[in-house]
Design a protein around this ligand. Structure first.
Ligand SMILES: [Zn+2]
Length: 505
């Protein structure tokens, strides 16, 4: 198989025995060391209703947790009746994204790995792909032999940009030579490309640069898939992660897929916009993965900086987006064990609500749209507050032909031709709840049979017409009395702070 055929070959499908989730399942990531220090934790999470514990595996060139300890932890987990699976941090994050309290795990790959080189010559460790990263990860996968793991997640360092909103890629001599030679670019191309990256203009050269890195990351993924038969590999895609970070989303259809989230602390999630951005990212990524293979990125970081009630509130993001697997994590330090007293009843409640809408798509006049320019050159700041309007929405793969589509600055700058929808941009309509409620007020007479929340209070109203249900998520940090209007009915609702309520219609 030559390189072109290799890249064109379909991804290996998930083996049937990995049993995609038909109903809501809960997962938690823990290290073998954390389970050794807190042996009771397995029973605590089992009683709370956790289905699978994901153990920390290979960390960017290091077996910081020894394979024998990982295997022993997996045996203890399975003895308690839970599934044990494994997560790698394959390339390394820029900075400390793992937050081990002891401060002992190395934060960067070993010295024989190589750094990413930025356009200005500065360097960083992690989120770049050079030999021997693929070979060492493949060898690490081979060492899992006999440990009984059926699924492995690559952490969201499996990308080629330092973080959300960055246009990634490596300008080291080797990468530049391979890129410019394969495209026949001459001496001036480098300056041109750097200028396009700085101005975020989607030129043919910038598109080629992004695709070049996407192909490299996908080729690595496929090589890791082939490293061990019977092991399904999943990708954890960072917040709004997409092509500009080397993640060609279409290449990861059909494998376990962790939708990207970001609001890891109370400081971030307490903001209304933090909640709508989080939901926006999850809804975007669900375009590329079926619900059964979708996993959340329900994260507390640092581990003690997200309250139990906010973590439980995040379950609503999975429920609304039909992400069947909620996967909790908090770096290498477990979040406080007392959280589980709050999480356990919320897990049961969300599973019951989720069952009422699983497999159904939300519909409505407000349109969730995230276009090519957002994916290739955007700053990952979505226009998301419309999700808090109390008016139903739907997720669009392309510009819709009706309704109101809310555009990011990158998609708006691309000057799309409207195909019938009204395009709402920040230039014309600042992204504030005052503006959103003013728009809501104007269009209420045109809503017809669409249900909506009457009050001007921040709430998500997701409408699943085929399930004859609406889900209302109170986004206030206080209890609220809300009214769901549907045709001639006015349905009074009481929702606790951040509570999700299912309403039969
Ligand atoms: Zn390089």
């Amino acid at each position: 198989m030559n390189r072109r055929e290799f890249l064109a070959a379909p991804l290996l499908a998930a083996p049937a025995f990995s049993a995609p989730a038909k109903e809501r399942r809960y997962h938690v990531c823990l290290s073998s060391a954390a389970l050794e220090r807190n042996p009771e934790l397995i029973d605590v999470v089992e009683r709370a209703g956790v289905h699978t514990i994901w153990l920390t595996g290979f960390l960017y060139g290091h077996w910081y947790y020894q394979p024998a300890h990982i295997a022993a932890a997996a045996r203890r987990i399975r003895k308690a009746g839970l599934q044990a699976e494994i997560a790698f941090v394959p390339l390394g994050h820029p900075g400390d994204s793992l937050g081990d309290k002891a401060g002992e795990p190395p934060l960067i790959p070993p010295p024989h790995w190589r750094q990413c080189v930025h356009a200005d010559g500065s360097r960083h460790w992690g989120t770049s792909l050079h030999a021997p990263a693929t070979a060492e990860n493949a060898a690490a996968i081979a060492r899992l032999n006999g440990m009984g793991f059926r699924t492995l997640f690559l952490d969201d360092d499996f990308r080629l940009a330092t973080g959300p909103g960055q246009i990634g890629g490596c300008f080291c001599d080797d990468h530049w030579r391979r890129f410019s030679e394969s495209h026949g670019y001459g001496a001036g191309a480098r300056e041109q490309l750097i200028g396009d990256i700085q101005s975020r203009s989607l030129s043919p050269e910038l598109r080629a640069w992004v695709e070049f890195h996407c192909s490299e990351l996908t080729a690595c993924f496929r090589q890791l898939q082939r490293a061990r038969k019977g092991l399904t590999i999943g990708n954890m895609v960072m917040y709004l992660g997409a092509e500009k970070a080397g993640i060609r989303l279409n290449d990861y259809r059909g494998v376990p897929f962790r939708v990207g989230e970001l609001m890891f602390s109370d400081r971030e999630f307490d903001r209304l916009k933090g909640k709508t951005d989080e939901l926006f990212s999850s809804l975007f990524h669900r375009r590329f993965t079926p619900p059964e293979l979708a996993y959340s990125e329900t994260t507390a970081f640092p581990a003690d900086k997200l309250s139990a009630s906010n973590m439980a509130a995040k379950f609503a993001v999975s429920t609304l987006a039909d992400v069947r697997n909620t996967m909790m994590m908090s770096g290498l330090t477990p979040f406080p064990a007392s959280h589980w007293q709050v999480l356990a009843p919320a897990m049961r409640s969300h599973a019951a609500i989720h069952a009422q809408v699983a497999g159904h798509a939300p519909a409505g006049p407000f349109k969730h749209y995230w276009g090519e320019h957002s994916r290739y050159v955007g700053d990952d700041k979505p226009y998301s507050l419309f999700l808090a309007s109390g008016i139903p929405f739907e997720v669009c793969n392309a510009l819709p032909s009706n309704g109101w589509a809310f555009l990011s600055d990158a998609d708006a700058a691309a000057q799309p031709r409207s195909s019938g929808a009204e395009l709402v941009t920040r230039r014309d309509t600042p992204e504030t709840m005052e503006e959103i409620f003013a728009l809501k007020h104007r269009l209420l007479p045109r809503l017809g049979a669409t249900p909506f929340i009457e009050e001007e209070q921040p709430a998500v109203c997701a409408w699943y017409p085929t399930a004859r249900r609406a889900l209302v998520w109170n986004l206030s940090n206080e209890p609220r009395a809300l009214t769901l209007r549907h045709e001639n009915r006015r349905i009074p609702l009481r929702a606790a702070a951040l509570e999700l309520v299912a309403v039969p219609l």
